[in-house]
Design a protein around this ligand. Sequence first.
Ligand code: UT7
Length: 330
Amino acid sequence: MTEPATNVYIAGVGAYTPERVVTNEDFEKTLDTSDEWITQRTGIKERHYVADGQVTSDMAFEASKKALKAASLEPADIDLIVVATATPDMVFPSTACLTQAKLGAADAVCFDIVAGCTGFLYALVTASQFVKQGTARNALVIGAEILTRFTDMTDRTSCVLFGDGAGAVVLKPCGPERGIIRSLLGADGTLARLLDMPAGGSKMPPSHETVDQRLHVITMQGRKVYVNAVKAMGDSIVKVIEDAGFQGSDLDILFPHQANIRIIQSVAERAGLPMEKVFVNIQKYGNTSAASIPIALAEAVEAGRVDEGMLVGMVAFGAGFTWGAALIRW
Ligand code: UT7
């Protein structure tokens, strides 16, 4: 336990995406789909898939090493690891513990957060409370997913959407001049059934029947998810901006969850932001769920698109349903 912090900032960012690239043309060979449909309806051109044997904590480990390097820290400096994932290595132990072991971050408290595609924002906000309170000084927040192991590759309405990857950030205490200004999280569990993986938990443990009935894959009512995502992401980003006393035009860059380019465009319009201020990389990675915002952040930082003093927004929506937004003075 150290002194409570005035604020919490992102001191380092890193990402990892697996080597194998699957293009829309690859799907044309096995499914009744087309590059034109996928590009126009989603904005996705390609996505990355893990190699056989590669697990979620492997990607979390790779992204974390880069984030630690960027923050000039060693694994031994980390006292908290939070992994946001809906696709953990196994039901238990947590992917955070498995990542800790790979990193050798012996002094870290470790746990996972499940909030679907909003997972990174849930983890960021949760970990920042530890740092703010002084319970942790250097926190590692990771979004890591292997959605492609839980995708029905014969279902054209979902399989073209997802990709694998991980992103990580290091949180540290700071003064009032920078850091997380405002955040908002929300959930509506009454709509859980619209986006879920029915089997594999205590409700429907794995059995020959659950496998035969293809219940261990993502099921999604895409249209309904779309409509809810547009509303919740739009409402959330507008609310954090207004609550913090800003206007949409004050934002320097927005990192929306990358699920569908049309959702991203609607959210930008709602927030009054031109698309030049919205970071988009969905064409390269598809929907990587909890990993999408930190992967985007790492790319943007590397490309020099995020500078100290900038007002940065983040917004996401996912299974649960869950949603969230955050405003950060970089
Ligand atoms: O990460 C958070 C959670 N996920 C999301 O935010 C995803 C939200 N949903 C979406 O992005 C969109 O709803 C989808 C991309 C999933 C679907 O796009 P849509 O414009 O909502 O299409 P739709 O589901 O209304 O389907 C329109 C048509 C259907 O054909 P019919 O019934 O009109 O003949 C689908 O069967 O498009 C067909 N379709 C496809 N056609 C070619 C659906 N998927 C494909 C496909 N290729 N891959």
